[in-house]
Design a protein around this ligand. Sequence first.
Ligand SMILES: [Zn+2]
Length: 72
Amino acid sequence: MGNTVTNGNTDSSRKVEEKEKRCFGQYKCPKCERRWSSGNTWPNMGQQCEKCLIFVLPYSTVPLENFFVKNA
Ligand SMILES: [Zn+2]
């Protein structure tokens, strides 16, 4: 896991809406079937397949908070 949250505690200094929370997302390209995951996923935002250069929406997103709890 090389993903880090570098901003520290931002809960009081910055209000982030529930919907806008960063997630851990899992992707699968429908074209080349390449799979990858990203700890920098936002709901409703796709990532580009490096091979096909098309945008792919995550098939699974877990809010980072929950993800870290689960893996603690
Ligand atoms: Zn692809």
